[in-house]
Every structure is written in structure tokens, then in C-alpha cells.
Design a protein. Structure first.
Length: 460
């Protein structure tokens, strides 16, 4: 950043030389109060879809959807404020996509764990992540988990998100002959979903601002005129436009810690998944956002990395207290960086918009699955991009990844996919003479999955 740029940024807003300038180092980073607020608004627009999507997903676990809207916003407010004040980075924090799908469809619906016990599991993972963040174990975990396993798990979750989104919208249905099939094109809700699946990628590719939330809003409005089941429209009329914020009474402090510890062996592989997902998602987001903002130190290290990791971990402890799943830094924060965001004031602005969203909870409750499905498909596609970093011509890479992805989706069970992917990785590395290169953590994970299979075989 040149001296001229710094002077120009400082002159944009006189107040930048005051308290906010000293607290957030605005002039030092070549920005201003106005630019930071604009960046925060841009980031919020890019990630506001989570207020609609997270409750739509987690309500399938039996949780109250209106309370989930509040829990989602409150978790985002807490995490973003903490990130802004402690780490002073332009990173917005909110409930994580992917983890909410695993929480609902794998842990609660498939494994039968009550959502109260699942919330306790997420909070416990947050505690472990906090310990990891504040210790030197962070570097060891980043080094020891093979890229093949990380990418395989990420791709599997992304594909599972796509499948669940299409199934929830009625675009994919059961079929006695082929197991699954596409829904009837004579069905208006299916046609609405199809329109969204064509429209949403176009908006994203054309870089339309707030493409995902714009798609959700447009499809929701169209849903008022599209007939659905039982003679009702796809989108129902809201009870109000504005309302006083609703406290998440049914989900607040509803954790069942006792259930978690009484079923700890069954929960252990899932704890590993959440820990890895949270850690590597945060690491990737930090690298991407700080790089785009030119905030990295001369040696390439990330400024205030410990504070950023600890913020994510603390938010993942507090999030379940409100009633939501893992909370993490959002890669959509890059949109705010592109708009000029360089400090934690951007994060505080995002938190302010989430606070305002609390007053519109009646609107978020009526958003149909046909409106959120296309956005979820795009999120899933983005999670598949890591495959480009892997040499898939090497069967030692390809087989664990493909097994993880396909087994997860075809059995609708992430743990099955993770187990087969990990065990195949170990078997292949041993076979080709690279046994010494298998990290101790991977050996331990293999033992955990075998123990998990034995335990669940006795239960189910």
C-alpha cells in the first residue's frame, strides 16, 4: 500500500483519524470508515442466504424453524463481532453450510440421535477446536491429514448437499425400479425448481451482486403464484413483514450433554468430521481472504491467526447454545475484500445487518425448499472445486476420493464414505510401499472407523 493511497483513504472520512482509526488501524491498512461499511454490506449480501437456508435445513431435524432463524442470526452476530474486535480481520462468521446438512440428515435423521444430543456434540467439537487453536497442535493437524482425505470428504459433503437439496424440492424422487428418478415435469413445484437451477448459475457466472439471495427472493415471490400440494401455493403468505425479534426459546441451552457421553463411541467419527471440517474450512478461508486483502506478513503468515481460529472455535461453542450447528468464517468475505474491506470494522458491519435481519424473521420462515435448492446446489458445486488440486490419474488418489464421494451419496451416510475412503487410502499406501508415509493420525482414524463399524453393527 503506497503512502499516497493511505493518505487518500484517510481523507475520505475525517473520523478515520479518530477512535475507529486507532482501534481498527484503518489508515495503516489504507481504508476508511465508509469503505469498511460498504464492504460489510457487500459481504452480507453475498452470504445472507444462510438466514433462509440454515433454518430450512435444520428444521428437518425437528427444530422450530422460526427459532432457527433467530439462532442463525444471533450466532452470526456473535461470531462476526468477535472476529472484528479480536482478530481485526474482514471476515464474516455464520453457521456453516455442509455441517448443517450432516447435523440434520446424518446425525439426527439417519443415526437417530436427538437434536439436543447433536448440539452437545457440536459444542464439544468447538471446545476441542479451541484447544487446538490455542496450541501448537494446529500446525500438526494441518500437516498430518492427507490432502486426498480432506478433498474427498469436502467433495462428498458437497455432493450430498446437492442431492438433499434436489430431493427436498421434489426434483429428485423415489422410484421402485431405479431407486431414484427426476420428479414429474407436469408438477409446478418441480418446474419452479428447474427454473431456479437454470437461473441461479447464470446470475453467479454473470457476477450479479448478491446472486444467491436474489435467486432465493425471486423464486420465493414466484412461489406465491405456483400451486403446490394440498391446493396451497408453494409460498405461503407471511404472518407479517416486520416483527420484534424472536428469542429462540425452544433451542436455547437445549444441549443434552449426557446423551453425548453415553453414546461417545458412536459419535467419535462425527466429532472427527466436524473438527476437520471446521479447522480446514477456517484455514482455507483465512488464506484466501487475507491473500486477497494483501494482509499477509512478509513471511507469508496470517496476521492474528490464533485469534481468528479461536474466534471460530468459540463461536462453535456459543452457536449450539443458541440452537445451531458449527459456526465458521465465510469465504464470501472475499466479496467484501474486493469492495475495499481490510479490517474488523467490515465484520462489525456484517453483524449489524444480521441484527436488522432479526426483525424480518416472518419472511425467512415462509421461504420454500424450491427457492433454496438452487442456492444449495451452487454451494455444493463450490465444495467440489478442490478436486482440481488432486491428480486423479493417480489411482492412489482417485480411489479413496471416489469411494468417499459415491458411498456417501449412495448410502446417504457420510460416515460410511469417510470410513471406506480412509481404509482404502491406508490399504493402497501400504500396498505400494508407502506405509511409512501414513501419518499416525490416519492410522488412528482407521482404528476409530473399525470400532465404529463394530459398535453400530451391534446397535442397528
Amino acid at each position: 500500500m503506497t503512502e499516497m493511497t493511505k493518505l487518500q483513504a484517510a481523507s475520505e472520512k475525517p473520523e478515520a483519524a479518530g477512535l475507529l482509526d486507532r482501534a481498527f488501524r484503518l489508515t495503516e491498512r489504507g481504508t476508511s470508515v465508509g469503505r469498511e461499511m460498504t464492504a460489510g454490506a457487500t459481504t452480507f449480501a453475498a452470504m445472507a442466504y444462510i438466514i433462509a437456508v440454515n433454518p430450512a435445513i435444520m428444521s428437518n431435524a425437528g427444530m422450530d424453524r422460526a427459532d432457527l432463524v433467530s439462532a442463525t442470526a444471533l450466532a452470526a452476530i456473535f461470531g462476526s463481532v468477535m472476529m472484528g474486535l479480536w482478530a481485526n480481520l474482514p471476515l464474516a462468521v455464520a453457521p456453516a453450510m455442509g455441517s448443517n446438512v450432516i447435523f440434520t440428515y446424518v446425525i439426527v435423521k439417519q443415526m437417530g440421535m436427538p437434536w439436543q444430543g447433536a448440539l452437545a456434540m457440536v459444542a464439544f467439537t468447538g471446545v476441542m477446536f479451541l484447544i487446538l487453536s490455542l496450541s501448537k497442535l494446529r500446525e500438526k493437524v494441518a500437516k498430518d491429514v492427507p490432502e486426498v482425505l480432506k478433498i474427498g470428504i469436502q467433495a462428498a459433503v458437497g455432493t450430498l448437499i446437492v442431492f438433499i437439496a434436489l430431493r427436498g424440492a421434489g426434483f429428485v424422487v423415489q422410484n421402485p425400479s431405479t431407486y431414484i428418478a427426476m420428479g414429474s415435469l407436469r408438477s409446478p413445484p418441480v418446474l419452479l425448481t428447474l427454473f431456479g437451477l437454470l437461473l441461479t448459475p447464470v446470475l453467479v457466472v454473470r457476477r450479479v451482486p448478491a446472486a444467491l439471495i436474489l435467486s432465493i427472493v425471486l423464486l420465493t415471490v414466484i412461489g406465491f403464484f405456483v400451486p403446490g400440494a394440498n391446493g396451497k401455493m408453494v409460498t405461503s403468505m407471511p404472518s407479517a413483514i416486520l416483527s420484534w425479534p424472536r428469542w429462540p426459546t425452544s433451542t436455547f441451552m437445549a444441549l443434552d450433554v449426557g446423551y453425548l457421553f453415553s453414546h461417545f463411541i458412536v459419535a467419535l467419527p462425527l466429532l472427527f468430521y466436524f473438527l476437520c471440517a471446521e479447522f480446514f474450512s477456517t484455514l482455507g478461508t483465512l488464506i484466501g481472504v487475507t491473500g486477497a486483502a494483501n494482509l499477509r506478513k512478509p513471511d507469508g503468515s496470517i496476521p492474528n491467526a490464533t485469534a481468528a481460529f479461536a474466534t471460530d472455535a468459540t463461536a462453535s461453542i456459543v452457536g449450539p447454545l443458541f440452537g445451531t450447528s458449527v459456526v465458521t468464517a465465510y469465504i464470501e468475505s472475499i466479496t467484501g475484500v474486493q469492495a475495499g474491506g481490510r479490517t474488523g470494522l467490515t465484520s462489525l458491519t456484517v453483524a449489524g445487518f444480521f441484527f436488522l435481519a432479526l426483525f424480518f424473521w416472518p419472511i425467512f420462515v415462509i421461504i420454500p425448499s424450491q427457492a433454496t435448492a438452487p442456492a444449495l446446489v451452487l454451494v455444493g458445486v463450490l465444495m467440489l472445486q478442490g478436486l482440481a488440486r488432486i491428480d486423479m490419474t493417480d489411482l492412489g488418489n482417485a480411489i479413496p476420493i471416489v469411494l468417499t464421494l459415491l458411498v456417501t451419496v449412495l448410502t446417504n451416510n457420510l460416515i460410511n464414505g469417510m470410513a471406506l475412503g480412509t481404509l482404502s487410502y491406508i490399504a493402497l499406501e501400504v500396498t505400494i510401499g508407502r506405509r511409512a508415509q501414513i501419518p499416525a493420525m490416519v492410522w488412528g482414524l482407521g482404528v476409530v472407523f473399525i470400532a465404529y463399524a463394530i459398535v453400530t453393527a451391534q446397535i442397528f
